[in-house]
Design a protein around this ligand. Structure first.
Ligand code: SAM
Length: 237
């Protein structure tokens, strides 16, 4: 498989250009030469075979010669709401969620949150989304929404979707069977290091969310997010 690069704007026609970090990666890290073929993605669900045609300072111009629609997505929309952990663990979390096929990440503002999802943080994580997308060969980007109040998240999700809130001591019931269904969208919620408050859990369960436990050990926020997401993603291979 040829090296993959991300084009910021939707590719139309037979030409595309890379700028900034992507141009740097192509020209100075991978040292792609004029005439060499690479793969481009633009987040639209397509892959493009392209040849490097022209190089300018921090810009690479390519000619597209083949476009194919490629589907490596889950057969349903998967949204994960999570109270973001701190520092490097955010980046790790985002990278793994992209690999697992999560479509939308909603940073949750919870009462015991340890990290504030500021615009600057979310912009930095967007770069991680792009890197992980290229690495795992997805052709669509995981969306990271702006930070959302956890109560709003619980009460606005569609009632005909599968909605699970991870909480130590929750009941497990038939959730594993539910994860195997592929017909309806999935919504998952993971709390902060200090956990969801009783009130947050009550809002979720009253709105119809199922409270699930993930075993007798307490997992870090990012571990719990990966475990729950992978239940969905593994059953959809
Ligand atoms: N002391 C906190 C509590 O009791 O809720 C622990 C919080 S844990 C570090 C962070 C989040 O990961 C939790 O809010 C929950 O969403 C999820 N989590 C961690 N371990 C879990 C488990 N064994 N079962 C269900 N959820 C878990």
């Amino acid at each position: 498989m040829s090296e993959r690069f991300f084009v910021e704007s939707p590719i139309q026609g037979h030409r595309a250009s890379l700028f900034g970090a992507e141009a740097h990666h192509l020209l100075h890290v991978m040292r792609v030469q004029i005439g060499q073929e690479v793969t481009l993605v633009d987040g639209s669900g397509a892959e493009f075979k392209a040849t490097l045609e022209n190089v300018e300072r921090n810009q690479a111009d390519l000619i597209i010669h083949h476009r194919s629609q490629v589907d490596r997505e889950l057969p349903f929309h998967l949204t994960l709401g999570v109270a973001l952990p701190k520092g490097q663990r955010q980046r790790w979390l985002v990278e793994k969620l992209v690999e697992l096929g999560v479509n939308t990440l909603v940073p949750l503002n919870t009462e015991r949150a340890v990290a504030i999802a500021e615009t600057k943080t979310l912009q930095r994580l967007q770069r991680t989304v792009i890197e992980a997308t290229k690495q795992c060969s997805r052709t669509r980007l995981m969306e990271i929404t702006s930070a959302t109040n956890v109560h709003d998240f619980f009460v606005t999700t569609p009632t005909d979707s599968r909605r699970w809130i991870a909480h130590p001591g929750g009941t497990q019931s038939s959730v594993l069977l539910e994860a195997c269904e592929t017909s309806s969208a999935g919504y998952l919620a993971i709390g902060p290091e200090g956990g969801f408050t009783d009130q947050e859990v009550t809002v979720a369960t009253q709105a119809g969310w199922k409270m699930v436990h993930l075993g007798p050990r307490i997992l870090r926020t990012e571990t719990a997010a990966i475990v729950l997401s992978s239940l969905f993603s593994c059953t959809a291979v």
